[in-house]
Design a binder for this molecule. Structure first.
Ligand SMILES: NC(=O)c1ccc[n+]([C@@H]2O[C@H](COP(=O)([O-])OP(=O)(O)OC[C@H]3O[C@@H](n4cnc5c(N)ncnc54)[C@H](OP(=O)(O)O)[C@@H]3O)[C@@H](O)[C@H]2O)c1
Length: 329
């Protein structure tokens, strides 16, 4: 029905039976202002109209329900023929990172989404917290040892049951991936990590390329200033200079750079014009000089598990926080 929608390239995942993953997806981790279900639902419908077929949610974002409602409405009003046309990712939160909680958590996610399956189910991070309601920030003493083997076996069961077409991880370093790969029958299809011109993840990208794990980039535009320290991608003079020379925006330069590295961007916008702009990256290229200049941008990571997830008070009593350190240059 929407013939003017941008055609987005897709990548086939090396593990699982998910439909190919569109190279740019829409993120739905929303700030307080946007955290009204109707706002998410309307933004997803706008995204479907302009050509998005890839959506990223998580149990902890509280956006599974409005995303599912938007997809159902898009089918009802003929924007898409069926749910099969979209690629939907959701994630197992840290409180659910326990072997016996994985399958029930996915079933809850599917109920929220009103879907029979997710295309991709990810372990949200390499840290386990005591089961229970989500607390943000969490108490340090609620971090517990992560049973990588047991949790991954349960993830594999999710795929074997057809409830997740593919399974993967998020915020995993090469060290965490090694732990999974040493026990996996089904290797992770995807690792979703913070990645943009200001946090380029060279080591991890090389490792994942070698192991056949597709990399997806969260905060591709530098994030939503969660920590109040600004946005180093949007403020980058290097990117601004390239954007000016190419007649593009800084956001488009960041997304193009990510695409040229074979990485899928998960970009959040709830604004129809910016959603559309973020898909206009497939019919032009960066120059070698642009690539060189971007490779020299000083690196800075935003998300760090111990400071981003946990309260600064209290002690880690049953884990060593270096076990879930996700800073790897
Ligand atoms: N796995 C994980 O642990 C994890 C962590 C963080 C995020 N994620 C996922 O990744 C998604 C994206 O990451 P993110 O939300 O941190 O940040 P992001 O996509 O890097 O940046 C989003 C911010 O940029 C703005 N924006 C979007 N397009 C723009 C454009 N063309 N020009 C100027 N500003 C633009 C958005 O505002 P408007 O909405 O007003 O346009 C929003 O404030 C999340 O929504 C979530 O789905 C995953």
């Amino acid at each position: 029905m929407v013939s003017s929608a941008t055609a987005v390239p897709e990548v086939a995942l090396r593990s699982g039976s998910a439909r190919p993953m569109p190279a740019v997806g829409m993120g739905t981790a929303a700030s307080h202002l946007d955290l009204v279900p109707e706002v998410t639902k309307d933004a997803v419908l706008a995204a479907i109209e302009v050509g998005y077929r890839h959506f990223d949610t998580a149990y902890m974002y509280g956006t599974e329900k409005p995303l599912g409602e938007a997809v159902a409405e898009a089918v009802r009003c003929g924007l898409i023929a069926s749910r099969e046309e979209v690629f939907v990712t959701s994630k197992l939160w840290c409180t659910q990172n326990h072997p016996d909680l994985v399958l029930p958590s996915l079933r809850e996610t599917l109920k929220n989404l009103q879907m029979e399956y997710v295309d991709l189910y990810l372990i949200h991070g390499p840290v386990a917290q005591k089961p229970g309601p989500i607390a943000f920030p969490a108490k340090r003493e609620d971090a517990v040892p992560f049973d990588f083997e047991g949790v991954w076996r349960a993830m594999e069961e999710c795929q074997q049951l057809g409830l997740a077409r593919a399974i993967g991880v998020s915020n995993f370093t090469t060290k965490h991936l090694n732990k999974i790969l040493s026990v996996a029958t089904i290797p992770p299809a995807v690792n979703q990590v913070e990645l943009n011109p200001v946090w380029q993840q060279r080591t991890l990208r090389a490792y994942c390329a070698e192991k056949g794990i597709h990399v997806a980039a969260y905060s591709p535009l530098g994030g939503q200033n969660w920590d109040g320290t600004g946005n180093a991608v949007m403020a980058s003079e290097v990117l601004a200079g390239i954007a000016k020379a190419r007649g593009k925006t800084v956001a488009q330069v960041a997304l193009r750079w990510i695409y040229e590295h074979g990485v899928t961007s998960i970009a959040k916008s709830y604004n129809k014009e910016r959603l559309e702009q973020n898909l206009q990256i497939f019919d032009w290229e960066l120059t070698d000089q642009d690539r060189l200049n971007i490779s020299q941008i000083p690196q800075r990571k935003i998300v760090k598990i111990d400071s981003s997830l946990f309260s600064q008070e209290g002690e880690f009593t049953s884990v060593d926080p270096s076990d879930f350190d996700i800073v790897e240059e």
